[in-house]
Design a protein around this ligand. Structure first.
Ligand code: HDE
Length: 715
C-alpha cells in the first residue's frame, strides 16, 4: 500500500522541487575542496611549526574551516523555535470563483507546491516535542501568482486580541528571566500571573488545557488560520473567510502522563513521526475547509469577527471543503529548508485580503521584521526555500548576501532609460489591489467593546467536550496551577475558571487544596489603558448562544483508520508464528506498523524455528512510544517475558494509557501478571479475538471509558 502511494505521486512534477534542485549539492564521488574550489589533501591536522609545535597563523585551511564553524548558528525563532517541516502539494476539488479570483482556488488542474512547518511555541529549538503547548501550522503555497503563506495554529483562537500584547504574553510564558526556568512549559507563576489578569486569554488557554495541546502526531491535528480573512472575487465582492485544515487521520492525542514520559523516551517523537510517515510513503493529508460569511453578515453574530479570541462554531457556519494537501517529501537539509524558511502572513495573492483584526494587523509588521534579525538580511527571500516559483522583478537592490545580478542602468521607477521596466500590472493583468474598504473613524488607542466577552466561548468549548475530555481539562488546570507558588495567582485563576464552569472550578480547587473565591478584590481585566474606564472593560457574564458545538470535541472525530499506528508485539524465543501471522498481515495491509519487541536485540526465533529481526530490545524502548500492545502465544516465549519485569511495566503502562492490548493463547498468562488481570472485560482488552476486533479497537485510538480504573495503575 505504501509503495502504491509513492508511485501515484511520482508524476507530480513540482515546480518548486525543480527550482530547489538547482541549488542542491551532492558530495558523492567529489573531492573535498575549500570554498574557493581548492582541492584539500589533509583536513585532519593543522599547520604547525614542527610536529609538536604551535599552529601557524598562515593556516588558511584551518581558518576557513573553524571560522565557518564558529558562525554556524543563527538566532532561533523568538517563538515557534522548535519545528519540523515537509514538502507537499495542494490540489483543489472544485473552483470557487463566486468567492475568490485566486488562481489556486479556481484551477483544479494545478498541483500547487507547498512547504509546511509544524512547531511548538514556547520551547527552544532543542526542547521536547510533547510540551503542553499550542502547535504552529504554517503553510507556504508556491502559487503561480506569487507565494501565499497561511501561518496558523492547531487551535482556532489566539490568546490575545491586539498585537500590542504579544511581547507581554510571550515574556510571561517563556522561561522566567531571572533563572531561565522552566523550559517549554506554561506551568509557572509568570504565565498565570498574566493570564489571570488578562481575561481575553481564557479561550485559547482552555484549548491549551485540553488534549489539543498534546497531539499524538502532527498528522493528527487540525489547523486554523485563526483570523478572519477576506476572499475577493473578480467583481470585487468580498466575503469573510476562516481557514480550516482537517486531518485525514482524525484528531487524536496522548495522555498527559504519556506526554511527560515520551519527552524522556523520545524527545523527537513528533519530528520522527512526521519524517517516518513520509519515508514510508504514508503521506500525511489534510483537507482545506472554508467558513465563508457574506460581508452583509459582519454584525450578525454574538461576537466580533475581527476578534481573534473567538471562533465561529461550525454549526453556525458550516465548513466548506475545497481541496486537499498531501505532504510527500522530507526536506534534504534541516537548516537550509526547515530553519531558513520564512513565513509572513503578509504574503498573499490576488483574490485574498486581510481584515482589520488588530492581531493580524500587527503580524503583518512583525514577521518581516523578525526575519531581519533571524536571517540577517532583507534578501532572505532569495534563500532557495523562500523563493517564489514565479519570476520577481523590482528596483530593490543590494543589502547583505545579494545573490542576484540585476542588469541594466536603472533601479527606479518611473524611468525611460530602462524602457519603463519593470512596469506595473493592471488588475486585469493580475496586479494586486487592496479591497476598498470605507473608513470613517477617529484615530484612537483603545479596544472595541465588542471584544469584551471573554467567558462565553471558553464555556462553549468546555460544554462541548466529552466527559473524558472534560476530565483531562480539569487535570491539566490542576497540574499547571499546582506548579505555581503564589496563592493569590491561583485564587484569581479559580475565580476565572468559575466564570467558565463552576463544576470545573470546584474540581481544580479540590486538587489544589483551595477554595473557589466568591469575589476578587481587583478589576480582573487589566489589558486596557491607564485612563480607560475599567468598569466598561470588565468581561460580562458568560452568554449561551449555542448549547454545544460537537465539532469542537475530539470524541466526534474520525475513528476509521489504523494507518501508521505502531503496535508493540512482545516476544521471546519460541513465540507462536501462527498467532503472530494472524495479526501481523491484516495490520500491515492497512498501513499499521507491527514491531517486534524482545528481551534482546538482533533476531528472535519463533516456534517454527525461523529467525525474525527484532525492532527494539525491551531495555531500549518504552510503551509510550506505541499505540497498542499484542502478546502472541508460545509457552517458552511467554515464560521468558514473565521473568523480565520491564515487560510487566510495559503492559501496565499501556493499560494506564487506555490503549488496546491483545493476547492469544499463552500470551494471556503474561496479562495475568499485570493490572489487566482483573479487567479482561474491558472493550479494548482482546484475548483470543480475531484481527478485525483488534483493528477496530486500535482505530478507536483509546478506550477512554477505562480512564478512572487506569488511575489506579501504579505505573
Ligand atoms: Fe506568530 N510569530 N506572532 N502567531 N507565528 C512568529 O515569526 C507574532 C500569531 C505563528 O514555522 C515569528 O518567523 C506576533 C498568531 C507560527 O516559521 C514572529 C503575533 C498565530 C509561527 C511572530 C503573533 C501565529 C509564528 C517568530 C501577534 C496563529 C511559526 C519567527 C501579533 C494564527 C512559523 C517568525 C514558522 C512565528 C510574531 C501571533 C502563528 C516573532 C507579533 C495569532 C505558526 O514574527
Amino acid at each position: 500500500m505504501a509503495k502504491q502511494k509513492k508511485a501515484s505521486l511520482e508524476g507530480t512534477s513540482s515546480k518548486k522541487q525543480e527550482q530547489l534542485a538547482k541549488d542542491k549539492q551532492d558530495n558523492i564521488n567529489q573531492p573535498l575542496t575549500t570554498n574557493q574550489g581548492l582541492k584539500v589533501n589533509d583536513t585532519n591536522n593543522s599547520l604547525k611549526s614542527g610536529e609538536r609545535g604551535a599552529t601557524l597563523l598562515e593556516d588558511f585551511l584551518l581558518r576557513e574551516k573553524i571560522t565557518h564553524f564558529d558562525h554556524e548558528r543563527i538566532p532561533e525563532r523568538i517563538v515557534h523555535a522548535r519545528g519540523s517541516a515537509a514538502h507537499g502539494v495542494f490540489e483543489l476539488y472544485d473552483p470557487i470563483p463566486e468567492y475568490t479570483k485566486a488562481g489556486i482556488f479556481n484551477d483544479t488542474q494545478r498541483k500547487t507546491p507547498v512547504f509546511v512547518r509544524f512547531s511548538t511555541v514556547a520551547g527552544s529549538k532543542g526542547s521536547p516535542d510533547l510540551a503542553r503547548d499550542v502547535r504552529g501550522f504554517a503553510v507556504k503555497f508556491y502559487t503561480e501568482e506569487g507565494t501565499w503563506d497561511l501561518v496558523g495554529n492547531n487551535m482556532p483562537v489566539f490568546f490575545i486580541q491586539d498585537a500590542m500584547k504579544f511581547p507581554d504574553l510571550i515574556h510571561s510564558v517563556k522561561p522566567e528571566p531571572n533563572n531561565e526556568i522552566p523550559q517549554a512549559a506554561s506551568a509557572h507563576d509568570t504565565f498565570y500571573d498574566f493570564v489571570s489578569l488578562t481575561t481575553e486569554t481564557l479561550h485559547n488557554h482552555i484549548w491549551a488545557m485540553s488534549d489539543r495541546a498534546i497531539p499524538r502526531s502532527f498528522r493528527m491535528m487540525e489547523g486554523f488560520g485563526i483570523h478572519t480573512f477576506r476572499m475577493i472575487n473578480k467583481e470585487g465582492k468580498s466575503h469573510f473567510v476562516k481557514f480550516h485544515w482537517k486531518p485525514k487521520l482524525g484528531i487524536h492525542s496522548v495522555t498527559w502522563d504519556e506526554a511527560v514520559k515520551i519527552n524522556g523516551a523520545d524527545a523527537d517523537f513528533h519530528r520522527r513521526d512526521l519524517w517516518d510517515a513520509i519515508e514510508d510513503g504514508e503521506y500525511p493529508e489534510w483537507e482545506l475547509g472554508l467558513q465563508l460569511i457574506p460581508e452583509e453578515d459582519e454584525h450578525k453574530y454574538d461576537f466580533d469577527l475581527l476578534d481573534p479570541t473567538k471562533l465561529i462554531p461550525e454549526e453556525m457556519v458550516p465548513v466548506k471543503i475545497v481541496g486537499k494537501m498531501t505532504l510527500n517529501k522530507n526536506p534534504d537539509n534541516f537548516f537550509a529548508e526547515t530553519e531558513q524558511v520564512a513565513f509572513l502572513p503578509g504574503h498573499i495573492v490576488p483574490g485574498l485580503d486581510f481584515t482589520n483584526d488588530p492581531l493580524l494587523q500587527g503580524r503583518l509588521f512583525s514577521y518581516r521584521d523578525t526575519q531581519l534579525s533571524r536571517l540577517g538580511t532583507p534578501n532572505f527571500e532569495q534563500i532557495p526555500i523562500n523563493k517564489p516559483v514565479v519570476p520577481t522583478h523590482n528596483n530593490q537592490r543590494d543589502a547583505h548576501m545579494q545573490t542576484r545580478i540585476p542588469e541594466g542602468q536603472t533601479a527606479y521607477f518611473p524611468n525611460t532609460l530602462g524602457g519603463g521596466c519593470p512596469h506595473m500590472s493592471k488588475m486585469s493583468e493580475g496586479g494586486f489591489t487592496h479591497h476598498e474598504e470605507r473608513i470613517d473613524a477617529k484615530k484612537i488607542r483603545t479596544r472595541s467593546e465588542s471584544f469584551s466577552d471573554h467567558f462565553s466561548q471558553p464555556a462553549l468549548f468546555y460544554r462541548s467536550l466529552a466527559d473524558w475530555e472534560q476530565a483531562h481539562v480539569a487535570d491539566a488546570y490542576t497540574f499547571e496551577l499546582g506548579k505555581c507558588k503564589h496563592d493569590a495567582i491561583k485564587s484569581r485563576m479559580l475565580w476565572l475558571i468559575n466564570q467558565i464552569d463552576e463544576n470545573l472550578a470546584q474540581q481544580v480547587a479540590d486538587g489544589l487544596g483551595m477554595t473557589v473565591p466568591s469575589k476578587i478584590d481587583q478589576p480582573i481585566n487589566q489589558a486596557i489603558g491607564a485612563d480607560a474606564d475599567v468598569a466598561k472593560h470588565q468581561p460580562g457574564k458568560k452568554k449561551i448562544y449555542l448549547d454545544k458545538s460537537p465539532a469542537l470535541s475530539q470524541a466526534q472525530t474520525k475513528f476509521d483508520s489504523i494507518s501508521t499506528r505502531k503496535i508493540a508485539i512482545l516476544v521471546a524465543d519460541g513465540f507462536s508464528m501462527k498467532d503472530y501471522e494472524k495479526l501481523q498481515k491484516p495490520l500491515k495491509n492497512e498501513g499499521a506498523k507491527p514491531l517486534l519487541i524482545a528481551p534482546h536485540g538482533g533476531t528472535i526465533k519463533c516456534d517454527q524455528d525461523m529467525d525474525h529481526k527484532v525492532d527494539a530490545a525491551i531495555d531500549t524502548t518504552e510503551s509510550v512510544l506505541y499505540d497498542a500492545v499484542y502478546i502472541p502465544g508460545g509457552a517458552k516465549s511467554v515464560e521468558k517475558l514473565i521473568t523480565t519485569s520491564k515487560f510487566i511495566k510495559f503492559i501496565n503502562e499501556a493499560f494506564k494509557h487506555c490503549k488496546t492490548i491483545g493476547a492469544d493463547h499463552e500470551g494471556e498468562q503474561l496479562l495475568d501478571q499485570t493490572f489487566v488481570k482483573n479487567h479482561k472485560k474491558d472493550k479494548a482488552i482482546l484475548i483470543n479475538e480475531n484481527a478485525e476486533a483488534f483493528k477496530s479497537a486500535l482505530a478507536h485510538h483509546r478506550n477512554w471509558e477505562r480512564m478512572e480504573i487506569a488511575k489506579e495503575v501504579p505505573a
